[in-house]
Design a protein around this ligand. Structure first.
Ligand SMILES: C[S@@+](CC[C@H](N)C(=O)[O-])C[C@H]1O[C@@H](n2cnc3c(N)ncnc32)[C@H](O)[C@@H]1O
Length: 184
């Protein structure tokens, strides 16, 4: 369901100017260790900086972004004009508009804390990931609501383990927590 109330056009435009190339987006692309044939999905991609960076590496694959805000997707599409292996779709993590086993790597940056149903979202990600595919969740380190605390990141890692994800790992970076795991 589109998220025009939370991320309407004006808020999306301001966000996209303030956060033109967030360090967290470069971090996730570096951590993904992409190969040219990877098929990547960025959930809650916002203006699409990480998708554009990935597209330069996955030249034989595809770099896809999905966001439940139509305004964000419009901005992301405009900024990616001219890049051939890039796509942006409107959609929510709880009901991803992609077939099973589509992507080799899925990530989400500064968006997990917005999800309405994290458990349903993680199930959907597992559905669209190929077996052995990788999930990377990046969130700001915070004790407030716009990110994760250390305890929250560790809880997320434990949840992934409990739900059958393989080798979930939590790591601390300069300003972010990263929780990653492989699909079975
Ligand atoms: C803080 S922005 C982060 C954007 C981008 N990932 C970045 O790092 O710049 C959060 C984005 O997540 C999107 N979002 C929130 N909940 C979502 C959900 N359940 N499914 C898909 N997108 C969602 C919002 O529309 C918004 O564009």
């Amino acid at each position: 369901m589109p998220d025009e109330q939370e991320w309407p056009r004006v808020k999306s435009t301001i966000y996209s100017w303030l956060w033109r190339s967030p360090a967290s987006n470069s971090l996730v692309v570096a951590l993904a260790h992409l190969s040219s044939g990877d098929r990547t999905l960025d959930i809650g991609c916002g203006p699409g900086a990480a998708v554009r960076q990935a597209a330069r590496i996955v030249t034989k694959g595809r770099a896809v972004g999905v966001d439940r805000s139509q305004a964000m997707v419009a901005i992301a599409r405009r900024r990616a004009e001219g890049l051939e292996n890039v796509e942006f779709e409107v959609g929510a993590v709880e009901a991803l508009p992609f077939p099973d086993d589509t992507f080799t790597v899925v990530w989400t940056v500064s968006a997990f804390h917005h999800w309405t149903d994290p458990e349903a979202g993680l199930e959907e990600i597992r559905r669209v990931l190929t077996p052995g595919g990788r999930l990377i969740i990046v969130e700001a380190q915070t004790s407030g609501e716009h990110g994760l605390s250390a305890a929250g990141a560790e809880k997320l890692r434990a949840e992934l383990l409990r739900h059958g994800w393989v080798q979930p790992v939590m790591s601390r970076h300069q300003k972010e927590f990263v929780v990653s795991a492989h699909a079975r």
